[in-house]
Design a protein around this ligand. Structure first.
Ligand SMILES: [Zn+2]
Length: 380
């Protein structure tokens, strides 16, 4: 029932509208108009100003269907990573690429195009379909910001799909929650040549903490990484300041909190280990730790409505869809904290966030068919 040419043409149009994160105003306008033309009731939340993007807010659009059941949710994000200005798509046999100087932006314009095509197919059914609620978010690529500010009071459904994954044979049902952290270690400086014993090296304190701490692969569900470290200006002074940035991810909310507590305990022990007296005065290092929950975990049951319906629809199109765990986060993680069970379906995008990004057309068309059939099989 989908129209491949119409779907592809629309995709090519969308990728040529610049929409790097924080600059989504143009695509925002096009999508609002398009959704209205398709007969949707369109609501734009007022979130844009809260995180300084030039678009007004996330888009929530409802296409009424028959019956009083809950709407089925379809969601994709409007922004792209850089370099995403002036995309020139090239159609080559069974795939679409950029001209090599930019990303393609199929992440996530392919998802948007499939959602618009689904609405077109539904419109042709003249109301003989379930209600659908579309969510187009802003700034997903920057810490999933748009979804964090989405006006959830307007969301009437709980089941649905996010279209923001690569392989069209995969459905992400679990993803980790994530903490970001910053650590500042304040040691005590002293002349490195004359009296190093009067100082406390921030590096020694860090080494002690790291020896006590589980990091890297913490357990099957949890990882912890120190990715950025900086400090020191001169070689002839005991290193007094070090700053570190890192992240903890876990599929399990309790383990996520446990790891943060464990790290704080290790740093506290390291602080105590270096207390000493110098010239009659007690000196000690000081460690400051800031943590921020970036997003919670996504954990959708294999027997949830959306997963079952999507797998069944995929089977009709010859795909044995695999329900998988993903190491990254997306809108689904944030939406899960608001009670939405939205597995993330692959839409045929490959090598996203690179100049080699491309869209596999057979996979893209098939994903669109799977989405249409999933929606039509939903009973609210
Ligand atoms: Zn994406």
């Amino acid at each position: 029932m989908i129209n491949e040419k119409r779907l592809l043409d629309n995709f090519l149009k969308l990728v040529q509208i610049d929409s790097e994160s924080f600059n989504e105003a143009k695509i925002h306008k096009v999508l609002v108009e398009e959704l209205k033309k398709l007969g949707c009731i369109v609501y734009v939340d007022k979130s844009g100003k809260k995180f300084n993007t030039n678009a007004a807010g996330n888009i929530i659009a409802t296409l009424k269907g028959k019956g009083k059941g809950k709407p089925f949710i379809l969601s994709a994000h409007m922004d792209t990573v850089c370099p995403g200005v002036g995309v020139k798509p090239c159609v080559k046999k069974d795939r679409v690429t950029s001209d090599g100087t930019t990303i393609l932006g199929a992440d996530d314009k392919a998802g948007i195009a499939i959602i618009l095509e689904t609405l077109r197919v539904l419109k042709e059914l003249k109301g003989n379909h379930p209600s659908v609620q579309v969510i187009f978010t802003l700034c997903e690529e920057v810490c999933i910001t748009g979804a964090k500010y989405l006006d959830y009071s307007k969301i009437k459904g709980t089941d649905g799909l996010i279209l923001d994954n690569e392989s069209s044979e995969e459905l992400i049902i679990r993803g980790p929650g994530k903490y970001n952290f910053n650590v500042a270690i304040h040691g005590v400086t002293a002349h490195a040549g004359v009296c190093p014993e009067k100082g406390i090296s921030a590096l020694d304190v860090l080494s002690k903490a790291m020896r006590l701490m589980k990091h890297g692969r913490v357990d099957k569900e949890t990882v912890c990484n120190f990715g950025v470290i900086s400090g020191g200006r001169i070689t002839n002074a005991v290193l007094s300041e070090l700053t570190l940035k890192g992240e903890v991810r876990s599929l399990n909310a309790k383990k996520l909190e446990k790891q943060i507590k464990h790290m704080k305990d290790c740093f506290a022990k390291a602080e105590k280990a270096f207390v000493k007296k110098v010239d009659g005065k007690t000196i000690q290092p000081k460690i400051e730790i800031e943590t921020e929950l970036s997003y919670g975990a996504q954990n959708i049951s294999k027997t949830s409505t959306s997963v079952k319906l999507t797998i069944a629809a995929a089977r009709k199109h010859g795909v044995n869809l695999k329900a998988i765990v993903c190491g990254g986060g997306c809108d689904a993680n944030v939406m899960a904290q608001h009670g939405l069970a939205l597995p993330n379906l692959g839409i045929g995008v490959e090598k996203c966030h690179s100049l080699d990004e491309y869209l596999s057309l057979p996979d893209f068309y098939r994903a669109a068919r799977i989405v249409v059939d999933t929606v039509l099989s939903y009973r609210g």
